[in-house]
Design a protein around this ligand. Structure first.
Ligand SMILES: Cc1cc2nc3c(=O)[nH]c(=O)nc-3n(C[C@H](O)[C@H](O)[C@H](O)COP(=O)(O)O)c2cc1C
Length: 348
């Protein structure tokens, strides 16, 4: 299905709305948390370590990262979004972080905006994720559109995001999710690169993860509650009272990031696992990794920094890495692997 020019323009203005609303309105969860506040680290007053020997590097989907950090999927499709992606990509390249872009539907439909997503030229080596909504597979998207999204980015993996709540609230949302899992399974076989299943802030349970892993996804990004609430974002874009009320009622709906990580790790010890949703500093990242995630993604903090300046993104990356290093140092662990097996994280 090709979108009409009006629909494509709507998709573009939606992307602009999302950035504006995320920056100007209060769209963070207030009642739901990321769940990590239930844990704390045991402090080591005598770490047998020289701080400078701490190693944040890790491997994810066969690529080496300088730190266990992902700049989560956010945007593209407008000149402002292009500038944001460029700033994020330059910092991802500098520190060898992973990065995603926002849903590329608009670029698939409108090739002239593809450049606002095409960050490979700024980040030749990074682990880079393409992005499409899984529900589009029920609206005439298939292998061809996925390959196009991958090609625009020269991506290492394709994220298919799962956002049923957002689709319920947003004007004219795509709500037919019937049979999507079989289409994901087909793509996992036919695509030349791995597929990652990701939520957008409502979390992925162990039961859903098992289904997705059975379908062949190579990794899961839990994107749990506690941070940006897409119900709140969409209630700010509501065209009528019903949509506004739905957004407010479901503002804190979902599974916390911490419970997603622990429950998925319990049933899938080896699946590459991304923690995200409400992570706001390197201490959150350290806890998520100690709970069993391989890397951790942040969206909103990187959006704010990137709309500010190139330097602000650089500073944020440096602060996050210093915070993760401090977790390792003060728990007496030199590497992320050691942190995971150290038993340093305890419940409060
Ligand atoms: C402005 C903005 C746009 C987003 N667009 C997408 C998207 O197109 N695809 C996607 O998978 N997630 C998208 N997300 C969701 C994030 O990747 C992330 O899962 C969610 O915001 C929770 O992380 P946070 O609490 O760190 O913000 C977007 C987030 C923001 C802030």
């Amino acid at each position: 299905m090709n979108l009409s020019s009006t629909e494509t323009a709507t998709t573009q203005s939606r992307k602009a709305d999302h950035i504006r609303i995320c920056l100007e309105a209060d769209v963070q969860c207030h009642q739901a948390t990321n769940g990590l506040e239930r844990y704390r680290f045991t402090h080591h007053c005598l770490p047998e370590l020289d701080y400078q020997d701490i190693d944040l590097s890790t491997n994810f989907l066969d690529k080496k990262l300088g730190a266990p950090l992902l700049i989560s999927s956010m945007t593209g499709g407008t000149p402002q979004a292009g500038m944001i992606n460029q700033r994020l990509a330059k910092v991802a390249q500098k520190y060898q972080l992973a990065m995603g872009v926002g849903s590329q539907r608009v670029a698939v439909e409108k090739p002239e905006v593809a450049d606002t997503f095409a960050v490979r030229k700024y980040a030749p080596d990074i682990l880079l994720f393409a992005n499409l909504g899984a529900v589009q597979l029920n609206y005439d998207y298939g292998l061809e559109q996925c390959l196009r999204a991958i090609d625009i980015l020269q991506a290492d993996a394709l994220i298919l995001h799962l956002n049923p709540l957002q689709e319920c609230i947003q004007p004219r949302g795509d709500k037919n999710f019937y049979g999507i899992i079989d289409k994901i399974a087909e793509l996992c076989i036919k695509l030349p690169i791995p597929v990652i299943a990701k939520e957008v802030g409502n979390g992925i349970s162990d039961v859903m993860a098992e289904k997705l892993i059975g379908a062949g996804v190579a990794a899961i990004d839990v994107a749990g509650t506690g941070g940006t609430s897409w119900a709140k974002v969409e209630s700010e874009r509501a065209e009528n009272a019903l949509q506004r009320r739905l957004g407010r009622t479901f503002a804190d709906w979902g599974l916390s990031t911490a419970e997603c990580i622990t429950s998925i790790r319990a049933i899938a010890p080896d699946i590459p696992l991304i923690a995200s949703g409400g992570l706001r500093h390197g201490l959150d990242v350290g806890k998520a990794i100690a709970l069993g995630a391989n890397i951790a993604g942040l969206a909103m903090p990187f959006l704010k920094a990137a709309t500010n300046s190139q330097e602000a993104v650089d500073e944020l990356a440096q602060v996050l890495m210093a915070e993760i290093k401090t977790v390792l140092f003060c728990t007496g662990n030199q590497t992320l692997e050691q942190l995971q097996s150290s038993g340093s994280l305890i419940t409060r």
